[in-house]
Ligand binder design. Sequence first.
Ligand code: ZN
Length: 286
Amino acid sequence: MEELLIEVKNYFMDMPTKHRSILLVGGLALFMILEQGIPFFEMTYNRTKHTLHNLFFTLTTILVNLPLAFLLLETSRLVGPEHYNFGVLNWIEMDLWLQMLVGLMLMDFIGAWLIHFIEHKIKVLWQFHVIHHTDQHVDTTSGNRHHPGESVFRFIFTALAIIVTGAPIWLVFFYQTMSLILTQFNHSNIRVPKWLDSFLVLFFCTPDMHRVHHHHRQPYSDSNYGNIFSFWDRIFGTYVKVDNEKLVYGVDTYPDAKDVESIGFLLKLPFVGYRKMIEYEKEEKL
Ligand SMILES: [Zn+2]
């Protein structure tokens, strides 16, 4: 077991860029095939158009992250034992398996859950994050539909996560790999058997758990913020379980399909003013 973990560590220490691209494309292809075979909602929309649209935003996310990746690696080097020796993993001695677990948990909490939660609470940040929520047909391609500006906030929190964790390079790559796979998985429109979901959701964010986050009405979109691990939402009281069949995707403040299918509209969206939350007379019970 120890040997296997060392191999995993060595692999991520020197992960080829090519493998990262293969993972992105391969993951998308795998989940798209599964969506074809075991869809949760019937996919009646134009999938090609929808995919290309979301791939545009995936591409801009990659373009913004490329130059920033260098800063993440530099942060990881500087917190290391040869420099500042900063962060939980440098202060407390742990076996490799525990380093992986604690490292992954902390990185997921700060680099994903926390920034996601903040994006929902601060108006300026929400104006960027809302692009992710405007998708009216959530599937695996929605996972990386982000405004390029949002990548900057996420980058800051990933850097913060590296500092707090004291994450070495291999752990940063390990985390980013897990984060990508889980994003593709938990946005995918697949029907996971109930018994399997009940088990997986004890630890991980499954599609059944994440779907409600994309419901068009509040307060449901303010729940289940997690990406890799499901327990952050349970700990912070933002976990909900609903009947997924009743969900309607999108955001009620941007209900016009024509708008949210326009790349130009979405790119400009953070700069055109905040749309107030809609109040309903009757509360909804899903
Ligand atoms: Zn969100």
